[in-house]
Ligand binder design. Structure first.
Ligand code: NAP
Length: 335
């Protein structure tokens, strides 16, 4: 069975997913695309020999479309996810699932009313080989109970349009999801500390930020978000357990010794760092649709990350510890 996919939003990541579904994933085919920019949609469709339809609603209603990929602008996601559930179609939604907690809850209710998981959210780090190995080590118990996580998220630079809240909403959301998944534990409190600002970028931007999270079982997580570190894209994570530690490997490259120095490259961009994870995310998503049972990040994860992200932005502005107010996790989502 081939999974026939319709893509809503043919911008940067939408085009990348269309290429991925066409060139990397077996058992799937892009059968229609759309974008508010009709010319952009047509160019994306022509590249893979498929159709461009006028609107996202046309994609969801199209009888040839079995599953929908939502890669449009964030505030449009909830509407397309809800319409896909109503049509009884699988939907892969890039983050954010919703930009308000209310919309997140509406999605949870609609999916439960349908009676089967249809929604997967694009938290692709769960498909990264390093994070998967780290989770295996934690779950095996070989480092004892986890006590602390030290995380770092650095970008070389960001454009002037990037503002302080985006350090949480666009950047830290990936760590928020991955630590919940690594620990199988929920974040219950959050705080942002504002260190001295770098002079290398914009006056309006609080950069770096130090985010502190606490989980229900008492694990403490510190996350440095520094999006103008100048030297490259650098993701680090170390879990400290009772009897040992486990940390992410650096991306593999050769080490060069010359002129009294010893060094390797630092990636400059997130795309090569997580390219293999994005590929595996789609391979597994399509396989799970073919098996009739989704296994990836759920709409509960999308909702929880949005609520934790909102609480973290609140702390960025107030400087106070903010407790996270999540609804009880429904049994439908393994609660
Ligand atoms: P982008 O390049 O701006 O692409 C979004 C596209 O959707 C644009 O072509 C936009 O058109 C179009 N669009 C906006 N509203 C639409 C609507 N109602 N119906 C159809 N098309 C619509 O943005 P992007 O970087 O690809 O990001 C897209 C989403 O993916 C964002 O939510 C982002 O957070 C997420 N993302 C996730 C990751 C990850 O690591 N998982 C990485 C990158 C992006 P206009 O430009 O004309 O508005």
């Amino acid at each position: 069975m081939t999974v026939h996919i319709g893509v809503i939003g043919t911008g940067m990541i939408g085009q990348d997913h269309i290429r991925r579904i066409t060139d990397v994933v077996t058992g799937a085919e892009v059968v229609a695309v759309t974008d508010v920019d009709a010319e952009r949609a047509k160019e994306a469709a022509d590249r893979v020999g498929t159709r461009a339809l006028p609107t996202g609603q046309d994609i969801i209603a199209d009888p040839l479309v079995d599953a929908v990929v939502v890669t449009s602008w964030g505030p449009t996601h909830a509407e397309y996810v809800l319409a896909s559930i109503e049509a009884g179609k699988y939907v892969f939604c890039e983050k954010p699932l919703a930009t308000t907690a209310e919309d997140g809850l509406r999605i949870l209710e609609a999916e439960q009313a349908f009676g089967k998981r249809l929604v997967q959210v694009g938290f692709m780090r769960r498909y990264d080989a390093g994070y998967r190995s780290m989770k295996r080590v934690i779950d095996s118990g070989e480092i004892g109970a986890p006590l602390l996580l030290h995380c770092v998220h650095r970008n070389a630079t960001v454009p002037e349009t990037y503002h302080s809240d985006m350090a949480v909403q666009d950047t830290a959301v990936h760590e928020i999801d991955i630590v919940r998944w690594l620990l199988d534990d929920e974040i219950v409190a959050t705080q942002v500390i504002r260190p001295r600002k770098t002079s290398k970028r914009f006056e309006h931007l609080q950069d770096p930020q130090l985010m502190l999270f606490e989980t229900a079982s008492g694990v403490r997580i510190d996350l440095e978000v520094f999006v103008n570190c100048q030297y490259g894209y650098d993701i680090q994570c170390e879990t400290v357990g009772e009897t040992g530690t486990v940390r992410l490997p650096d991306p593999a490259d050769v080490w060069v010794r010359r002129a009294a120095r010893h060094g390797t490259t630092v990636l400059q961009d997130w795309r090569p760092r997580f390219a293999a994870a994005f590929d595996l995310e789609f391979v597994e998503w399509v396989a799970s649709i073919r098996n009739g049972q989704l296994t990836g990040p759920s709409s509960w994860d999308g909702y929880a990350v949005s609520v934790i992200s909102d609480a973290t932005v609140e702390s960025l502005h107030s400087g106070r510890v903010v407790s996270v107010q999540l609804k009880d996790r429904p049994a439908f989502y393994g609660g």
